[in-house]
Each structure stands twice: as C-alpha cells, then as structure tokens.
Design a protein around this ligand. Sequence first.
Ligand code: SF4
Length: 498
Amino acid sequence: MIRYIRNLELYDIDVRPLLMAFFMGGSIGVFGINEADAKAAAEVGASGGNDEEAVTVTAVFDEGVKLTVTGSKGRFEAGITDGDYRVRQTFRNRLKLELYRLLVKYTGHELPWGDLTGVRPTQLAIKQLKAQASPDEIADFYKDEFAVSEAKARLAVQVAERELELTRDEDLDDAYCLYIGIPFCPSRCLYCSFTSYPIALYKDMASDYIDRLALELKLTADMCKGRKLKAVYIGGGTPSSLSEELTEKLMRAVTDAFPEVKDVEFTVEAGRPDSITKGKLDIYLSNGVDRISINPQTMNGETLKVIGRAHTPVQTVEAFRMAREAGFKNINMDLIAGLPGEDIRSMEYTLSEIRKLAPESLTVHSLALKRAATLSESLADYKNVINHDMEAMHDLVREYAHSEGLKPYYLYRQKSIGGNLENVGYAKEGCECMYNVLIMEELTDIMAAGAGAVTKLIIKDADGNRIRVGAVANCKSVDDYINRFDEFMDKKKSAVIG
Ligand code: SF4
C-alpha cells in the first residue's frame, strides 16, 4: 500500500498517477492529514498486508510545501519555498518535479518519461515545433522541465515532426473519422481491458448486433451529412471473429451508410490470426479496406498459451501470407513488450520472425496492468514472471524498425503502463495510419458506433481554437446495445447535433 497523506486536495490528480508510475501494480490510498484520517491511513497500511511495499508520501502545504517519502528504504525530504501553490496551473509542474526527484531518491530508479504521466507526451513537442523551436531546444525542454530521458525526449520530437509532416496538407475543417466497434473475440486475452465477449457464446446475438450497428451507422451518416470523412477504423474486440456471412452484412452496412468509404483510408483489425479466412479478406478488399492489422503480440508459442490467445505462431505466418496473396499491400502487426515470462531473447526471436514477413507497419505496446484485466486481478501469480526490462525490448524494436525503413509516427501512453513506457507505431513512408495520428492528436471528431464505442467531439471556441474534447459513450453490454438502442442513439444525437 502506498499512502499519500496531504492537507490539500488540489494536486491529488497529479500525485496519484506519479505514484502509480513508480509503484506499478501497488494500491494507492489518499488520506487527509487530520488525526482521524492519519489513523485510518496507518491502519490500512498495516493491514494492507501481503507482500506489498508500504510507503508513505506526505505533502504539507503551509508557508511553502514540505514533501516527505518514508518506507523501508529510509526517509527523504524536500521543500518548495518559491511559487504560489494555490494556483495549480503554474505550480503543478514544480510540485511534480520535486516529488519525482524525491521518489527517484527513495526508489533508486528514474522513469523514462520523468514526471510526465499524460497520455499524449508528443503534444508538448508539437506545440513547440509550431512555435519554431529547434529539435535540440525541445529535447532540452523535456529533460529540464519534466526529467524525461534523452532517448524519450528525442523520440517525442521525432514523432511530433512526423505527425506534423503527415497532417500539414490535410484539410481538417469539419472533418471526422469513423470508428466501428465489434466487441467479440475468439477468447479473452489475459491482459485485456477492452469491451470483448467470446464469439462462441454470443453467436446467436451477433446477427442482431450487426443489424443494430447498421442502423447506428445510418443515423451517424445522417448526423455527419456535408462533413468530410477522413478515415475509418473497424476495431474491437476482433472484427474478424465474425462469420463470413456477418462480415459481408457489416461491410454492406458500412458502404451503404458511407459510400465515400472506398475513397478514404479504411482499416480493419483482423487481430487474431486464427479468425482470418480467405473469404473474409476478399470481402474486406472488395469493400474498400486498404489496411489490416494482423496481431501476433509475440511469436513465442508458449507465451501465447499463457496469455490466453488461442492461436499459434504458425497461424500468424499463414494468415499474413494469405492476406498478401489476397492483395493487401499495407499490413500492420502489433507486438507487446513485457508479456509474462518473456525477456529480451523472446523479443529478439519475435522480431527475427517478423522480419521474414516484412509488414509495412509495426506497433509495439508496453504491457499495461489495467483495472479490468485478468492479469491485474491475478498479479500476484504473474509478477514473478513479468519481465520489467521492457525498455530494452523497445530499443530492440526501434533498431528493427530503423533497419527495415520503418519510422515512428505516433505514440501514446496508458495508465498503469509497464515500465512507465509507451506504445509506438512505426511505418514505412506512405503506409502510416492517418486514423491513429488524427485521433491521437485529437485533430478531428471521432464518430463511433457499436457497443463500448465512444464518440469524441472536439469543442472549439469562436476563433476555431480547441478548448476541450467532449465524449459520449455507448453502453458496453451487447444486450443493452440491442435492447436500449434508442436511448443511446438519443444521447448521441443530442451530443452531436444538439
Ligand atoms: S484480442 Fe484484443 S480485445 Fe480481444 S480479448 Fe485479446 S486484447 Fe481483448
């Protein structure tokens, strides 16, 4: 148990993620500093029991700020006497950096992204590039202001430069992207935190689901009349877990509602190699799909068994070759660094197998212990086999990408991400997924359809400057999506067109 005891709540949303980044998988309790709360904190700490590390972080806001970290590794203190802590906007970075340095002293290790805990670390670099700062100046800014490592500062700048190149000539006025969610999978992966239901159990309901989805696509097209569709992404779940008949039905629904789909980037996540058939690939191609993702995650068969993916590396190779023969010229593959039991040699082997296939793009994720994942629930069972040397695995992927002519072009981070690292998309020039870039940098609205799908709307001021992103979510349950459809559509309609 990590206890954060403070006499001011203002910085809880800054301190909590920083503590989570240092003490991955540990539970965090936040308490007031008064006697009763402190007593409760002590009791929780004592009974937090098991083998969790007990650390107490205290922040006292008074004349200045006094920070203390105590635990089995000793007691460390720091103070901030300058700045006005009552103004979060200007004081936040100061506080985070000081606490970060204190936690480095306590734990004995630094974090690759320093005290940056947000999802989109490249946004700072984009802002600075637009203000004409040089790559060196931006890298120094990341290092000095947020204690980011040299390697990650350079990566952020490189990705930001590529994103700007890719979007420079795009006309994004009134543009939107379309996301379609298929919440079914052949089995549930150990680390999954998405909306995903086993297709075998939902076989009878899947057809009704596609009927409802077809209706939502029509309603969505009506809401977007006159606007520019930039890119379409069918994800999930595993869209390719649908039968060929339902795949055909889905594709017909998409092209009926959005006839322009054949002229825009159109990606389908054919995530599980064991769910891909020649018939489905032909249906995708004849409906304008020009990019698919076939996701091995690892090419080590033993790991696939441990993480609950019911396919083999051989099936990955077969599915990839089938997609090539069918005519796909832009194939992405997803990998995960830090899977249970894997080490640097496992990643070396995976990359040597990927090299033989030569996909146009490669996305490497860091294993994240998100709340909904079974892996998180059974962390105690797995923490001895999860290899935390993920940074070296990312380095290997970066070397592989460089040697194959793939450049990093989008990057994001998640809560509870392993090693406090990142997910990076690499691609050959011209094979980047614009959908990923546009949604990651929040450059267009995302109109989303299906169970668990979240529509995101960029809210701008009168001068066209983005002020915030509004979100409206469909329900996650397939039953509710089918039976309470009208309710969710009313909600979406009023958010989109008022
Ligand atoms: S394939 Fe993706 S969505 Fe499906 S269970 Fe695995 S992680 Fe979840």
